[in-house]
Design a protein around this ligand. Structure first.
Ligand SMILES: [Zn+2]
Ligand SMILES: [Zn+2]
Length: 50
């Protein structure tokens, strides 16, 4: 399954899935963004995290 990375927008099959610590919404991050700790923003509640 292909997902858009929520940090950089890249479409990738190599991503990790995390849950927003605030609202529990699923957030997808590609391997690049995860290893570089790129910031993400939750689409649902706007929470930003590393
Ligand atoms: Zn990314
Ligand atoms: Zn959220």
């Amino acid at each position: 399954m292909i997902q858009n990375c929520d940090s950089c927008g890249t479409r990738s099959t190599d991503y990790s899935e995390i849950k927003c610590p605030k609202c529990g919404e699923k957030i997808y991050r590609c391997r690049h963004c995860k290893s570089n700790m790129v910031r993400y923003a939750c689409k649902k509640c706007g929470f930003e995290g590393p």
